[in-house]
Design a protein around this ligand. Structure first.
Ligand code: BGC
Length: 372
């Protein structure tokens, strides 16, 4: 072979090799090398919304420690419920070479541009607990059965009021019971699932007159609390108390423990004593609210085991990194406007004073000292 044709052959082989390498990368969102070898470890970016609520701290810690156990490094960031902060944290994870992203969004519709960057860098994305909307660039979703969480919240309200018995059967109680309704943050996809589950359960009793809503505020838009802020819920409850005058409330549907705390403050400053508070629901089984349940103030909460949710997200990442397809159990429900995101849904549990020991202490989620 003449010298120049040999050079050409070498260059050609190089181009070919490069071509294969690129093709391998482009078609492969696992970030694995073209030969299919598994890269161990790497850094996983974990974006969480806020540290103002215990549950997200637990989520962050659980995801981090479980990833570390599998040999990953973790870039865990909290965004203080500020959307631009979350966007720039994710951007930073992408530019510093994250191998995958686990994202619990603040506003599910604001990540389209940054997730386009993730896509271009072949970084797979797992939506954590909250669906990310309006983008194709979300690979998997893991959460709880959010509609069912709403059903459970409403069911516990009905049980607390005595409309249903402990086994879920109607007692024949006709009330009328006065209840007020709260919903979560309208930019959180979960909030409408909780609301719809709850309203589908309560509506028949509202229609029969067993439940009455003295304020008349029965629309999601009237009940929603932006960013799930306890102080906003407290203000809304105060306003409602002013509007309904002396009408005594028997129940309040609250979709999150933090809101319940604000609602209880408004009620106690509005003249209710701890022992005659209405039946108040919640969500997340946060330690402060379990204490309130033990003290007989809040009636119920919904326990969502963040250890299990973390495990699901971590397993998804690990599967993708190993070139395996993550397990899903719902491929119909979570349409984000661009695609139906393959999901894994976990189950939640109603917690009251009657079962908190069995559910939260026996499972090791809390120790007795946590609830003192
Ligand atoms: C979560 C709830 C939580 C709420 C407020 C929702 O997206 O699913 O568990 O109570 O956000 O943080």
């Amino acid at each position: 072979m003449k010298k120049h044709s040999m050079l050409k052959a070498i260059a050609g082989a190089g181009v070919l090799a490069l071509g294969i390498g690129l093709a391998g990368c482009a078609g492969d969102r696992t970030g694995n090398s073209a030969g299919g070898e598994q890269e161990a470890g790497g850094t996983i970016g974990v974006a969480m919304p806020t540290q103002q609520s215990e549950r997200w701290i637990a989520d962050g810690n659980n995801v981090k420690s479980q990833l570390e156990q599998l040999g990953y490094q973790v870039d865990l960031q909290y965004a203080n419920d500020d959307i631009p902060t979350q966007v720039s944290q994710i951007e930073n994870m992408i530019t510093t070479g994250a191998k995958a992203l686990i994202v619990a969004s603040i506003d599910g519709t604001t990540l389209t541009d940054v997730l386009q960057q993730a896509k271009e860098a072949n970084i797979p994305v797992i939506a954590y607990d909250r669906l990310i909307n309006g983008t194709e660039n979300v690979d998997y979703y893991t959460t709880f059965d959010n509609y069912k969480v709403g059903v459970q919240q409403a069911t516990s309200l009905l049980t607390g009021l005595g409309v249903l018995d402990a086994s879920g059967k109607e007692t024949g109680a006709t009330g009328p019971f006065n209840v007020e309704l709260f919903a979560g943050s309208p930019d959180d996809n979960n909030a409408t699932f909780f609301w719809n589950g709850a309203m589908d359960t309560l509506k028949p009793y509202m229609d029969k007159g067993v439940l009455k809503v003295p304020s008349g505020q029965t629309e999601f838009g009237q009940a929603a609390i932006l960013r799930w802020l306890p102080e906003t819920a407290q203000k809304r409850m105060e306003n409602i108390l002013t509007v309904i005058g002396g009408t005594k409330l028997n129940g309040v549907l609250s979709p999150y423990d933090g809101l319940s705390i604000g609602i209880i403050s408004a009620l106690t400053s509005g003249g209710y004593s701890a022992s005659d508070l209405p039946v108040i629901t919640g969500q997340d089984a946060e330690a402060g609210s379990i204490k309130s349940i033990i003290a007989g103030e809040q009636y119920s909460t919904i326990f969502k085991d963040t250890r299990e949710l973390a495990k699901q997200a971590v397993t998804m990442v690990d599967d993708i990194r190993k070139g395996q397809t993550p397990e899903t159990n719902d491929t119909k429900t979570y349409d984000n406007g661009k695609k139906v995101v393959p999901s894994y849904l976990l189950q939640s549990t109603i917690v009251t004073k009657d079962n908190y020991k069995a559910v939260l202490l026996d499972s090791g989620y809390y120790t007795e000292a946590d609830l003192k």
